[in-house]
Design a protein around this ligand. Sequence first.
Ligand code: NAG
Ligand code: NAG
Ligand code: NAG
Length: 208
Amino acid sequence: MPTLLFFLVSFLLLLINISAQNTCPNCGNTAVPYPLSTDQNCGDSRYKIYCNNGSLEFLSATKNYYKILSIDPKANKLVIKPAPIVKNTCQSTDLKDGGLLIEDNSPFNISTHNTVMLFNCAETILLSPLNCTATSICKQYEEKVEEGKGCKNTLCCHYLKDSAMNSRKIRIRNGGCSSYTSIVDYKPEQAISSWNYGVELQWVPANK
Ligand SMILES: *[C@@H]1O[C@H](CO)[C@@H](O)[C@H](O)[C@H]1NC(C)=O
Ligand SMILES: *[C@@H]1O[C@H](CO)[C@@H](O)[C@H](O)[C@H]1NC(C)=O
Ligand SMILES: *[C@@H]1O[C@H](CO)[C@@H](O)[C@H](O)[C@H]1NC(C)=O
């Protein structure tokens, strides 16, 4: 009998815990894992994301929406789609806002699993430690990927977004580099056709 009671109490505590977490309803067909919040009545409101027309989106500090491609709640990570490069140009759609910027007090930041490529850069980039050589993977992107064609033969570079860099922005600007893209978990032996385009964000674990 005491064992049964123990199980009953444990079960009730579990139920209470689950309801306290208050997970948001699906957005279209996509689950919205806790603590992500599409509505002030569910999730943890500090982890605000948006359900726009059945797809999840992340809002930047400059009010641009980036589509959320995948979410890994166990690892506290999600991947957003980089801003597209406007066809026949070498300009990302978020160029006017300086690229991807995340609020300073946001629980989200850019993880160290992103290999970022910058295109159409000014010569001063050569003073930086970025890889702007003829073998940089950005050259392959310019030549082989449709979206990169507008950047062909521009000065371009790539780098691994590491912890020494500002983890709340991928900066581009007119007169600097005017477009970018990013690959998650890039490995040198990987074929260009299997590059996983995205910007991986991580979040501070929520209290449950
Ligand atoms: C909303 O989604 C539907 C179906 O995917 C699509 O046809 C429609 O154009 C979308 N509307 C907007 C405003 O994005
Ligand atoms: C630049 O990147 C290419 C491709 O990953 C690599 O083969 C090359 O060694 C890198 N060069 C420098 C100077 O880091
Ligand atoms: C980014 O977020 C992670 C997870 O919350 C945290 O551990 C890390 O210190 C943050 N990085 C920076 C540079 O703020």
